[in-house]
Design a protein around this ligand. Sequence first.
Ligand code: 3HC
Length: 293
Amino acid sequence: MARTFQTVGVVGLGTMGAGIAEVFARAGLRVVGVEVDAQALDRGRGNLHRSTERAVSRGRLSQDERDGLLARTTFTGELSDLGDADLVIEAIPEVMDYKRALFADLDRVCRPDAVLATNTSSLPVTAIAATTSRPGQVVGMHFFNPAPVMGLVEVVRTVVTEDGAADDVAALARRVGKTPVIVGDRAGFVVNRLLFGYLNHAVTLLERGVAAKEDIDTAMKAGAGLPMGPFTLLDLIGLDVSHEVCEVLFQESRDRVHAPAPLLRELVTAGLLGRKSGRGFHDYDGAAARAAA
Ligand code: 3HC
């Protein structure tokens, strides 16, 4: 029988984690947000407060619904507060050692029947699952940025994931208003495998002086019907995340299309990470930053 998820833990409240927490809270589930970093914990809480306030002001949520949503969402610095969770989703930085250590800890603190999920963009879910005593209950649950808006969730099933776990997580994705697709555990899954060849190639075109970045953005919006040009999208995703995804894809595929463009690496080294740092390919300081916020 399909399980009913009531309480969801989200570990890591950066851009993706905070957005994922909002998706579940809006859908009526109890949410426990966990961050080791007090600042990130405040930011996650602040995002949820601002975003739901905006929803009330636009008439998309009543004040009572907002109060209920905030009341069933808690924020904590302690993993041990996840003892009641039916599902925990990890959204910490893309460093395999951190993820493996976290999953070993989650395996200890979570109920034996809880499903453990990773929002990794490109790291192998199988290697993460192998650090736990319940690899059959470990899946990828990959959301897209901005998580409250984008409709897709890739549910990653490894060779050891039990069918029931993947199916239940896909059903949960539907329940919270998303469209799930079940994918195998290959670097980049489906979307990033196809998307990052294109994004990386756009940086190469820029490096070769084929066109200005503004014109490449305009060309892909007006000519290919995309909602954002590649440089605006890279800035939204984050150049550090984008570089990391290309690197992992290149390691696995050895396809030059994924070899990170040198300019992408240089911007990351210079600390220009996109919208989140105020500047990437485009500048978000001042008026532009306020408009993008
Ligand atoms: N967080 C929450 N809500 C947001 C948001 C954000 N960061 N950005 C926009 N929204 C909401 C707005 O509030 C608005 O909702 P409302 O009408 O209820 O207020 C709605 O989205 C539409 O926003 P806007 O009218 O301001 O802007 P657009 O219509 O231009 O849409 C967009 C913005 C949805 C981001 C659109 O430009 C888009 O789809 N861009 C492409 C994004 C994309 O491709 N994402 C995938 C990246 S790959 C990835 O994430 C994988 C990872 O592993 C790297």
